[in-house]
Design a protein around this ligand. Structure first.
Ligand code: MRU
Length: 365
């Protein structure tokens, strides 16, 4: 998507200097910094420390990480070390394992000499596929937005609430939850987005930034405001992303998503999840029992990053000194609270039967 008029993806291969480039998201939305990732350690740090983030982008970054790492060691042990290093970086988003397994399977079948170039081709493919999937999610989500718009007085915006950043920076392009927003905007349907700030890391600030850059009307709200807005009838639909969705449709996403789903149910607001198929974990069915929830540093809670009026990006402590913080980064929304899963193949009920019907070629693998 565009940043100040220039089209960017969140990760790309620069053919001029043969390097993988990313937007270092630690500084967004305050500063736009592009960095190159040049070896396995840098890829691991970039994923773990959230220079890149968002389930689909984590998967694509891991794929490029394999390709770059194999440039220096394409032996069996080099491949194993690459896999083991990258898989350890973040535990919740299944796209990481999905991408690494995909590359591992394919690379096991080619000679060591061919591995690095094959891995690079596959990484390009993972990235391209992600863009195509997210575009499709936008097209299917657009139909939902159109339907809601058709039941409102002409010209009144469809008011959507979103949590975290499931936008283009979290994917290779388009975003998942934001793709229907972009498609609706392009189709001339007026929308307004309530953007949850999403403490502790405030990914919502990134969502507000990207929507703002595209001229989409939005309001940045505290995480606790959503329930109130729904009670007041100010939200027509909730749409969020996901880091891992089980075969039966339980949705693991950024911490706080579950509370939004509860409030949505209590207020008869439809709760949709934008779900690319690589984010489905077909091997598990009970989200609460089976999905590992990342526990991040307490400092992310006790401190906060922001833009100082003197034009610097600074971290300040929110609590008194020595207070201990707890920081579970994701939660699980049970399938019973999900109105629909917007996938690249269409909108599915959040149930084992419906998902298996939508993806007969993937279910069970
Ligand atoms: O911790 P993050 O910023 O990687 O978490 C991101 C989310 O929870 C997103 O909603 C999810 O990955 C979907 S991104 C299309």
């Amino acid at each position: 998507m565009k940043v100040q008029g220039t089209h960017y993806r969140s990760i790309w291969y620069d053919h001029k200097d043969c390097q993988v480039k990313i937007i270092d998201q630690r500084w967004l939305p305050h500063d736009f910094r592009i960095v190159a990732l040049t070896n396995l350690d840098e890829f691991a740090v970039a994923i773990r420390d959230m220079w890149v983030r968002g389930a689909p982008l984590i998967g694509a970054t891991a794929a490029y990480g394999v390709a770059i790492s194999l440039n220096s060691d394409a032996s069996d042990s080099g491949l194993k070390n690459t896999y083991d290093t990258l898989i350890e970086t973040r535990p919740t988003a299944i796209n990481l394992k999905w991408a690494l397994d995909r590359l591992l399977r394919a690379l096991g079948q080619v000679s060591q000499e061919e591995r690095a170039s094959k891995a690079l081709k596959l990484a390009h493919l993972v990235a391209e596929e992600d863009v195509g999937i997210n575009k499709k999610i936008g097209e299917h989500g657009l139909e939902i937005v159109k339907k809601i718009a058709s039941n409102k007085p002409a010209g009144e915006p469809v008011r959507m609430l979103t949590h975290c950043n499931a936008g283009w920076p979290a994917t290779v392009d388009w975003g998942t939850a934001t793709s229907p927003m972009y498609h609706a905007h392009e189709a001339g349907i007026p929308i307004h987005v309530w953007v949850d700030e999403t403490r502790p890391r405030n990914q919502g600030a990134m969502t507000a930034w990207e929507l703002e850059s595209h001229g989409i009307s939005n309001t940045y709200i505290t995480d606790n405001a959503g329930g109130h807005l729904m009670q007041k009838g100010l939200v027509d639909m909730v749409i969020v992303g996901t880091d891992r969705t089980t075969a039966q449709g339980d949705v693991c996403n950024k911490i706080g998503t579950y509370l939004k789903a509860l409030a949505a149910r209590d207020n008869n607001v439809p709760f949709y999840v934008a779900l690319p198929s690589p984010t489905i974990d077909w091997t598990i069915s009970d989200g609460l029992a089976d999905i590992p929830i990342e526990e991040r540093a307490a400092r992310e809670v006790t401190h906060i990053f922001g833009h100082h009026e003197k034009n610097s990006i600074e971290e300040i402590r929110v609590t008194s000194e020595g207070v201990s913080g707890g920081n579970p980064a994701f939660d699980v929304t049970p399938n019973r609270l999900v109105t629909g899963l917007i996938t690249e193949r269409g909108v599915s009920d959040a149930s084992e039967k419906a998902l298996a019907k939508m993806f007969p070629d993937l279910a069970g693998f």
